[in-house]
Design a protein around this ligand. Sequence first.
Ligand code: GDP
Length: 416
Amino acid sequence: MEYPSHTIRYGKIVDPETNEVIDEVLVSKMAAPKTYTTEDVVEINCHGGFVTARRILDLLFRLGARPAEPGEFTKRAFINGRIDLVQAEAIMDLIGAVTEKSSKAAVMQLEGRLSEKLNKIRESLVNILAKIEVNLDYPEYDFEEVTTRECVQVINSIKGDLKTLIESFDYGKVLREGLNVAIIGKPNAGKSSLLNRLSGKNRAIVTDIPGTTRDILEEYVNIQGLPVRLLDTAGLRETTDVVEKIGVEKALEVIDTADLIIFMLDAQTGFEKEDRDILEKIRRYYSKVLYVVNKTDRPDKEKLEEIRRIIPETIEISVLEDYGIDNLEKAILEFVNKARIDTDNQIIVTNARHKKLLNEALENLNSAVSAAENGMTLDLISMDIKNAAEKIGFITGHEVTEEVVMNIFENFCIGK
Ligand code: GDP
C-alpha cells in the first residue's frame, strides 16, 4: 500500500514465519529528498525496553537489513551534499555536549556559521588567485606591482580573520572538554569539602586526618553553563610516606596541565610553612591562580589578618557555612571570560582538526606576504595562496580525501 510521505502510521510488527505479533509500533515514512540523509527513510517507533527493540532488529536483519555503521547517516548526508564536514562534525559535538554553552557552540556550527565564514575566506583567496592569473596571462600590461599590493592587503585582512578563529579555539576547547581546575592546598584546608560543595555530591572522602586525600579526585561540574573539571590534589607537602609521595608528584603534574589553579588557605591555621612552600611551587603559574581562604566561619582573627597581608587578593569563603562560594564561581567565570570572547555570538572553533588546518593556512599566508615583501614573482606568491585555500577546503570538505572522511565518521557514535 502506498502511504504519503512524511506521515506516521500505526501498525503491528509481525514475524512472517511464525505470525507472532512482536510489538505495536508507529512507522514514519519520509521519502527523498527532504530527509536527514536526502535518501528514503523509514523509522520505526517501538515500545521501550531492550528485548522488544532487539527482536524487531533481529527480524529486520533476517529480512536483509543491516545495522548502520558509526556516523553512517551523517556521512550519507555529507556525501549527498546536504551538509558540509564542519556541520557533520558539529553533530558529533552536539551529541557529546555536556553543557548548554557547549551545545550552543555546536548548534552555531550546525547552522553553518563557521562554514559560511570559511567559505567567504576561501572565496576571497580564490578571487586573489583569479586576479593573479589575469596578470600572468597578460604580462604586456605591467600591473604586477599594483596586483601584489592589492593581494597583500586582502591577505592581511584574511590573516586577521584566521587569527581570531584560531584564538577562539582555547575557549572552544574549554567548552568541549571542560575547564581544568586544580584545587591545591595543605592537607585539611578543606579541598575535598569544596569539591563536594561544588559538585553537590559526596564523592571525595572528607576526614580530619591530614593527608587523607591521597590521589587525584576529579569531578565534572556545571558552573552557569561552563563545564568545569575539578581536580582535588593531595596536599603538596614534603613527605616520606610512599603512597602520599606518589600523590604529591601527581599533584605537581596536575598543576602543570591545569587551566586554572585554586590555592586554598586556612583561616584557622593561618599562613604556615607549607603554604609558603606551595606558593613557591606555583609561583611561575601566577597568572592562572585564584587564592581562596577557607574556614572564615571560625577564623583565628590574627592569622586571617596575616594571610590578608601576605596575599591581598584572596576570595574568602566558608565551605561549611556556604559563604562566598558564589564569589568563587564568579571568579572562575571571569577568568574564562578574560579571553574577552563573546560566547553567545562569536564563531568558536571547537575542533582540533579545524584549528590545525587554520594554523597551516595562516602559515601559508604568512609565507605569501613575506614572498611579496621580498619581491618574489606573482606565480610564486600564488602557490602559497593556493595552499591556504586548499587547507580551508579541507575543513569544510570542499577538498578532502576519502581517508580523512573515514576518520571523522569513525569517531561517531552508532546510530547517527
Ligand atoms: P582537605 O584535606 O584539604 O581535602 O580537607 P577536607 O575537605 O577533608 O576538610 C578537612 C576538615 O576541615 C574537615 O573536618 C572539614 O569538615 C573541615 N572544614 C572544611 N571546610 C570548612 C569550613 O569552611 N569551616 C570549618 N570550620 N571547617 C571546615
